[in-house]
Design a protein around this ligand. Structure first.
Ligand SMILES: [Zn+2]
Ligand SMILES: [Zn+2]
Length: 345
């Protein structure tokens, strides 16, 4: 099979690898869609970030947002059958620790934990060997591209909103309108949050967010006063998807008294100059939220058709596997919506 590897110098290398065979509890997917995530860019494509074992890239096939068709099942695989359309929760945990039992394989610290596209082969290849337990079957009306978008980005945004208990009682501020921010706005809408405002330095991203209905209004980080009329006393919930120090400060500032803040975007620092006036006296709750659980991802996949929500609407550009280098260049520029690698059936 052909697959894409990220050497860590802002290039993509296409390699030929032996076709994998599913062992016990495993299934083999013919890949159909594999989207690119901000963490691929931040931690693998530009450079290989070292330190956290969860983020250490082992020179495997990249891509941790896979969706495909099951073409072979290994011994003991009973739930998933040949022909099933699935997306893959992108971390395979030990299956036995407290975090894995709760479905948060992302937080598993066992040496057996391996993320697809980081420590075991991921979705940027014609074939993907997956653990049956990591696969989520897609309903007919959920496309492969929808599934790939859910496998990390939409799942991560959904978890962040659930962490803050977002509902129709809330207004929502989304800081950072990249793919995860778009997902947060669209899912916030499905959960009833209104109004929704967005903040992003990129005019293209602001325009796309409004056009998709993810937010009602969007502005640049130095223009947040323009949101005052829409938000009134401030947002009930602010979700930072920017991962920037300034973005997080902007998110806190947009909250009303007793507001809830969720940090989803990764990297950089979270700086509060004066704790009392900024957080304590305003009774602010701050949540950190990392990816999602298998259970919440399944629930999300099941709710999408009910909500009439197609995650693939955030995909702005599609490439073939042979064009993976161009796909990564575009995603790295940070001006587009979601960038996807798609495969012909
Ligand atoms: Zn991701
Ligand atoms: Zn575990």
């Amino acid at each position: 099979m052909r697959g894409a590897i990220l050497p860590g110098n802002s290039t993509v290398e296409l390699v030929d690898l032996p076709d994998p065979t599913p062992g016990p509890g495993q299934v083999l997917l013919a890949m159909r869609a594999s989207t690119i995530c901000g963490s691929d860019i931040r931690a693998i494509y530009r450079e290989h970030i070292q330190g956290d074992p969860a983020e250490t890239y082992q020179n495997v096939v990249a891509g941790h947002e896979p969706a495909g068709e099951v073409i072979q099942v290994g011994p003991g695989a009973e739930r998933i059958s040949v022909g099933d359309r699935v997306c893959v929760y992108h971390i395979s945990g030990c299956g036995q620790c407290d975090d894995c039992i709760r479905g948060y394989q992302i937080s598993c610290t066992s040496p057996r934990r391996a993320a697809y596209g980081w420590q075991r082969d991921g979705g940027h290849a014609e074939l993907l060997l997956a653990q049956e337990r990591d696969c989520i079957v897609l309903p007919d009306s959920v496309s492969y591209l929808d599934g790939a978008c859910v496998a990390c980005g939409f799942g991560t945004a959904y978890e962040g909103l659930l962490r803050a208990g977002v509902s129709g009682r809330d207004s929502l501020a989304v800081v950072g309108l990249g793919p995860v921010g778009l997902a947060a706005g669209l899912l916030g809408k499905a959960l009833g949050a209104v109004p929704r405002v967005g903040v992003d330095p990129s005019a293209d991203r602001r325009e796309l967010a409004v056009q998709l209905g993810a937010v009602d209004i969007a502005c640049a980080p130095d223009e947040t006063r323009l949101l005052a009329e829409t938000l009134g006393a401030g947002a009930h919930v602010a979700i930072d998807c920017s991962g920037s120090t300034q973005g997080r400060a902007a998110a806190v500032a947009l909250l009303r008294s007793r507001g809830r803040m969720v940090l989803v975007g990764e990297g950089n620092s979270f700086e509060i100059e004066e704790a009392s006036p900024t957080l304590i006296h305003r009774q602010i709750t701050v949540h950190g939220s990392w990816v999602t659980s298998l259970e919440h991802m399944r629930e999300l996949v099941e709710r999408l058709p009910v909500w009439g929500l197609r995650p693939e609407v955030i995909v702005s550009d599609q490439f073939t596997l042979d064009e993976a280098a161009a796909a990564y260049q575009l995603a790295d520029a940070g001006q587009s919506g979601k960038v996807a690698i798609v495969f012909e059936p």
